[in-house]
Design a protein around this ligand. Structure first.
Ligand code: NAD
Length: 412
C-alpha cells in the first residue's frame, strides 16, 4: 500500500536497516507484525437497534517483553494504520528502554455518536473478543485517541471477569482504580523533556521558544500546560473544531477551563480563529502535531516555518514530508522518542500493579526524566557516529536492541 502509514514507517525502518546491515530475514521479521486480529463487535444500541463495529489488535514484536500499546477509537481506524502504530510501539519501547514489545488496537467508531453506556458495551465486547490475546505478561493495552481512564477501567473489569482480579492487564487506569499518579500528564511531560534536551544541544532553552500545538486532548493540552509553565510561549492550539492564535501567547489555563466547560476548543473567543492547516504553517519556533497521523505531507512540508517539529502524535510526518523537512534544515524530534513518556509511565503503573505498591508523583517524574535524558544521550551518540538524522538514529538504537534480544533468545 504505497503512501500508507505502514509504508511510511517501513521506509523509516529501511533508512536504519541501511545503517545496520542486518540479515534480510531479520529485516523482514522486523517489518511485519507477529499477529493481527480483526474482530466484529455487535452491540445493542440504546434505542434497541444493532450497532456493528470493526476492531483490530495488531501485535508487532515481543522479543523484549509483552506486547504493549494503546487502543484508539476513531472512524479512520483501519488495518494499515494499526499495523503502523504497532510497529512504532516496538521501536518506542526499545528506544526508551522499557521491557516491552509493541502492539496497537483500534475500533472504527466515532466516539461522539455513542452514549456512555454504548461506549461501555462496545469496550466490554472488544475485551470479550480479545481477552485470550491480552494479559499482564502477554499484551497490555493503554489509552490512545478517544480512549481514557474510564475505558481502561472497563477493560480491567471485563478482563478480570474472565481471568480473576488483574489490574496489570491494562495501563492508564484512573488513579483510584489501580492507576498511577503522573500517568495522565506523562506523554506531555515526556515531550517537555525531549524538547528541553534537544534545545539544550542547540544552545537554546524552553524560555526562548514559541510553540504551536495541533490537538488539545490528553497529549496536546498537557504539553501546552507544561511548556507554558517551563517558560515557553504557546502561540497557537487547535483541536478537531479548529484553532486559535495569539502571537503574544495564549492563556493556557483559560483554554483548559474552556475545554472543561464546553468539551472542546470551539467558540473560544479570546484569540484569533485559524484553521488546522494554517496552524501547521505558522511563524513559530516549535511545531507540535499532537492529534492525528499524516498531517505533514509533501504538499505542506514546504510551508512549515518552525525550526523544530516535535512529534507528539504518532506518525504525523509522512516519509516524503520528512525528506523535505530534513533538506530544509527543520529538526524532526521523532514520535518514537518525543511521545514515549506515556508508555514509560504505563510501565511504572504496571510495575506498581504487579508489586501492589504505590510510587509518589515525584518518583514517577524523576524516573521519567532520567529515561529521557539517557535515551537522548544515546541518540546523540548514534547521530554523530553514523552522521544520520535524529529519526534514523532513534530507529537504529531501537532496532539494535530488538535485534539483540531476538538473537539472544534464539527467536530466529
Ligand atoms: P485525545 O483523544 O485525548 O485527543 C486528540 C485531540 O486531537 C483532540 O483535541 C481532538 O479534537 C484532536 N483532533 C482529532 N482529530 C483532529 C483533526 N482532524 N485535526 C485536528 N485535531 C484533531 O488523544 P491523545 O491521547 O491526546 O492522542 C493524541 C496523539 O498522541 C495520537 O496520535 C496518539 O496516538 C498520540 N499518543 C498518545 C499517547 C497517550 O498517552 N495518550 C501516548 C503517545 C502518543
Amino acid at each position: 500500500m504505497a503512501g500508507s502509514a505502514h509504508e511510511s514507517t517501513n521506509q523509516y525502518l529501511q533508512d536504519a536497516f541501511d545503517v545496520l546491515d542486518l540479515p534480510p530475514k531479520t529485516e523482514h521479521m522486523l517489518r511485519t507484525p507477529a499477529r493481527e486480529v480483526r474482530v466484529e463487535l455487535v452491540i445493542t444500541r440504546d434505542d434497541g437497534s444493532v450497532g456493528n463495529f470493526i476492531g483490530y489488535r495488531v501485535q508487532h514484536d515481543n522479543a523484549r517483553g509483552p506486547f504493549k500499546g494503546g487502543l484508539r477509537y476513531a472512524p479512520s481506524v483501519n488495518r494499515d494504520e494499526v499495523q503502523s502504530l504497532a510497529s512504532l510501539m516496538t521501536w518506542k519501547t526499545a528506544l526508551i528502554d522499557v521491557p516491552y514489545g509493541g502492539a496497537k488496537g483500534g475500533i472504527q467508531v466515532d466516539r461522539r455518536e455513542l452514549s456512555t453506556s454504548e461506549l461501555e458495551r462496545l469496550t466490554r465486547c472488544f475485551v470479550e473478543n480479545t481477552h485470550e490475546l491480552i494479559g499482564p505478561t502477554e499484551d497490555i493495552p493503554a489509552p490512545d485517541m478517544n480512549t481514557d481512564g474510564q475505558v481502561m477501567a472497563w477493560i480491567f473489569d471485563e478482563y478480570s471477569s474472565f481471568h480473576g482480579f488483574e489490574p496489570a492487564v491494562v495501563t492508564g487506569k484512573p488513579v483510584d482504580v489501580h492507576g498511577s499518579v503522573g500517568r495522565e500528564a506523562a506523554t506531555g511531560r515526556g515531550c517537555l523533556f525531549a524538547l528541553r534536551e534537544v534545545l539544550g544541544t542547540d544552545g537554546r532553552s524552553l524560555g526562548d521558544v514559541t510553540v504551536a500545538i495541533q490537538g488539545f486532548g490528553n497529549v496536546g493540552s498537557w504539553a501546552a500546560r507544561l511548556f507554558e509553565e517551563a517558560g515557553a510561549t504557546v502561540v497557537a492550539v487547535s483541536d478537531i473544531t479548529g484553532g486559535y492564535h495569539d502571537a503574544s501567547g495564549l492563556d493556557v489555563p483559560a483554554l483548559w477551563e474552556h475545554v472543561a466547560a464546553e468539551g472542546d476548543l470551539g467558540h473560544y473567543d479570546d484569540a484569533t480563529a485559524i484553521t488546522n492547516e494554517e496552524l501547521l504553517a505558522l511563524d513559530c519556533d516549535v511545531l507540535v502535531p499532537a492529534a492525528i497521523g499524516g498531517v505533514l505531507t509533501e504538499d505542506n512540508a514546504d510551508d512549515v516555518q518552525a525550526d523544530y517539529v516535535l512529534e507528539a502524535a504518532n506518525g504525523p510526518t509522512t516519509y516524503a514530508a520528512d525528506r523535505i523537512l530534513e533538506e530544509r534544515g527543520v529538526t524532526c524530534i521523532p514520535d518514537i522518542f518525543a511521545n514515549a513518556g506515556g508508555v514509560t509511565v504505563s510501565y511504572f503503573e504496571w510495575v506498581q500493579n504487579v508489586q501492589h505498591f504505590r510510587w509518589t508523583e515525584a518518583e514517577i517524574n524523576e524516573q521519567l526524566e532520567e529515561r529521557f535524558v539517557d535515551a537522548y544521550e544515546s541518540l546523540r551518540r548514534t547521530m554523530e557516529e553514523h552522521d544520520v538524522s535524529m529519526r534514523t538514529a532513534a530507529y537504529v538504537n531501537a532496532i539494535d536492541r530488538v535485534h539483540h534480544a531476538t538473537e539472544m533468545r534464539g527467536l530466529q
